[in-house]
Ligand binder design. Structure first.
Ligand code: SF4
Ligand code: MG
Length: 339
């Protein structure tokens, strides 16, 4: 059984202009020690997935349906007390902005000690020893000195290391990291990502990594979900999706990557932008931006603008696209006729 199992997750926001469906039909599992990436442009619903896992969706949002099972326990509908036993303790979160997690008026050591004491029966001295050990694990320079420093005395990269140390503090089963390095420069981003990956691997901690950066996903994760307008549109093993993306949106994201483009050429940004969730186009939400709504012979694929595509299995991946379904059906035909 998977450690985490998310089924048909449905999140809605009750707004004055009506109900907006922020997530629908989100399905995935995470095994112990597995690393999963969730990618997509901003507004795709990646963070909503992260927040709903720990029931942190702020009003007027709410989980309207589906199930989130963690280690055999259903998390949707679990009360605050039950959730507090899980949050930080068994599932911890790393946010984009370290200053959102770190308290500016407490030293690093004090914050870590407080956090430990809130969840464990442990003396102040023992807690300080654990804190120091975690700071060593995240390879921060002069860890003992850092304990008595305040967040503003550390560089951005060091602050993010402290955040990772705090996320690891209670030996969680899963870390959810939402754009954890966006605020850092590129070299430090890569270092922090490599560290996060190494620590999760070493301690068998599951990771859900949320990012718009396909490079980061391919560096760190084993499986991935690609989200668009509140839905998962492609999911499967990271290597397979990166090497051979099936969904036109995933292909578009790949073509927009600097390292994929021919030197000197323009990046192929996907034209247009993600629709607002309150005004989703009918059919496939990507269709106004998609170059494949017409077949190679010029005929229109009407289903694209009319019906939401179902998932089809392509290799080890699942893809929600009418064109992919059509191509798979064509591929399958000769084999059937021969039989
Ligand atoms: Fe493009 Fe149609 Fe596939 Fe949507 S379903 S991605 S519009 S080909
Ligand atoms: Mg986000």
């Amino acid at each position: 059984m998977a450690l985490l199992e998310v089924r048909d997750l449905d999140v809605r926001f009750a707004l004055r202009q009506g109900e907006v469906r922020a997530l629908r039909d989100v399905n995935f599992t995470l095994d112990r020690g597995e690393r999963l990436g969730i990618v997509g442009e901003s507004g795709a619903g990646k963070s909503v997935v992260a927040f709903s896992l720990l029931n942190l969706i702020a009003r007027p949002g709410h989980i309207a349906g589906g199930s989130i099972r963690f280690d055999g326990q259903e998390l949707t509908g679990l009360g605050e007390r039950g959730l507090r036993r899980i949050r930080g303790n068994r599932i911890s979160m790393i946010f984009q902005d370290p200053l959102m997690t770190l308290n500016p008026v407490l030293s690093i050591g004090e914050q870590m000690v407080e956090c430990l004491k809130a969840h464990r029966r442990i003396s102040r001295r023992e807690a300080r020893t654990v804190a120091l050990h975690k700071l060593q694990q995240v390879q921060i320079p002069s860890p003992a000195t850092r304990l008595d420093q305040y967040p503003h005395e550390l560089s951005g990269g060091m602050r993010q290391r402290v955040i990772i140390a705090i996320a690891l503090l209670l030996d969680p089963d899963i870390i959810i990291a939402d754009e954890p390095t966006t605020a850092l420069d590129v070299t430090i981003q890569a270092e922090i990502m490599a560290l996060l990956r190494e620590l999760c691997e070493k301690h068998n901690v599951g990771l859900i990594l949320i990012t718009h950066d396909l490079g980061v996903v391919s560096q760190v994760t084993q499986r991935m979900l690609v989200m668009y307008a509140g839905r998962v549109i492609e999911q499967g093993p990271t290597r397979e999706i990166i090497n051979d993306p099936q969904h036109p949106y995933t292909q578009g994201l790949m073509n927009a990557l600097p390292q994929m483009a021919t030197p000197g050429s323009h990046l192929n940004q996907i034209r247009g932008s993600m629709p607002s969730l309150s005004q989703l186009p009918p059919g496939c939400a990507f269709h106004p931006r998609c170059d494949f709504m017409h077949r190679a012979d010029g005929s229109a694929r009407h289903a694209c603008a009319e019906r939401v595509p179902d998932f089809v299995a392509s290799g080890n991946c699942r893809v929600a696209c009418h064109m992919v379904a059509e191509m798979l059906a064509l591929d399958a035909r000769p084999a059937e006729e021969e039989a």
